[in-house]
Unconditional design. Structure first.
Length: 273
């Protein structure tokens, strides 16, 4: 994954106001405010980032990272920080998926798996749904936007199928939307037989009929993505449009797989509600 740094300017007045309204501390540093949701055994950790102005009922944007093979994911925090700086009246919450640690003291209960598409399970999705519902309640959010990258994109779609009213809009980036086809692609690409092992994961494409027709669903993929090629996203969008879903696809010109922090992603996420 790529790492970039961007500043987040938050006034003291807003920080104090949000802390008083929501009963949880606001981010007072560029690293954001660590927070947790869920009961023991289903604990989900993350970090909160505020826009410069936050009212009593802000927009909530939830960000999910990818599979992060071989390292602890933190790039979602960089994107959350940058997005909060671009939006108004918004709290951006970057969550750790089940079984993941961030190397900064945050961790979520559950099984991380082997990063071969084996942890997109119904139970993991439900654990994340519970965390998002709790976050929206605690933060008194007026609406919720869900953003997922790579494996987090697959997880976001499974979450939205499990709870169709979870979010009013979603931005799905670099998606392995057809799980079986993607795993076969990766087995060949990486010459890795682990991608051929049976898994309990759910394919987002198989749950497309459970998505809400009211959901504003946008997919974005790098034009040259070698991990989750554009044809996977196109397959999902075509299936969704055939069912009457509000789904559209955008290509990031010349981009590869790591597009979460790209200008195209920030532009697409800036005005979602």
């Amino acid at each position: 994954m790529q790492w970039t740094r961007a500043g987040l300017v938050v006034t003291i007045a807003v920080l104090v106001g949000v802390a008083m309204v929501h009963g949880i501390p606001s981010p007072v540093a560029a690293e954001g405010h660590p927070t947790t949701f869920g009961a023991p055994g289903r604990r989900v950790s993350g970090r909160l980032f505020n826009s410069a102005r936050v009212t009593a009922h802000p927009h909530l944007v939830v960000v999910l990272h990818g599979d992060a093979p071989g390292h602890d994911p933190v790039y979602q925090y960089d994107f959350a920080r940058s997005l909060a700086a671009e939006r108004d009246d918004t709290i951006v919450l970057a969550l750790l998926r089940p079984g993941y640690r961030d190397g900064l003291g945050g961790w979520s209960d559950g099984d991380r798996g082997l990063a071969v598409g084996d942890n997109y399970t119904e139970d993991a999705a439900r654990q994340m749904v519970e965390a998002v519902v709790e976050a929206a309640s605690r933060l008194h959010a007026r609406d919720t936007v869900l953003i997922g990258h790579s494996g987090g994109a697959a997880m976001a779609l499974i979450m939205l199928a499990d709870r169709p009213n979870l979010a009013s809009s979603a931005l799905i980036a670099s998606c392995p939307c057809d799980l079986g086809a993607w795993r076969r692609h990766m087995a060949v690409r990486d010459f890795n037989p682990l991608f051929l092992l049976p898994v309990r994961s759910v394919s987002p494409l198989s749950r497309i009929g459970q998505l809400s027709p009211k959901l504003d669903l946008r997919l974005i993929v790098g034009e040259r993505d070698p991990v989750a090629p554009p044809w996977l996203s196109r397959r999902f969008v075509q299936a969704g449009q055939a069912r009457g879903l509000r789904v559209r696809l955008a290509l990031a010109p010349g981009a590869g797989h790591e597009i979460l922090e790209s200008p195209e992603m920030l532009a697409a996420a800036k005005d979602l509600h």
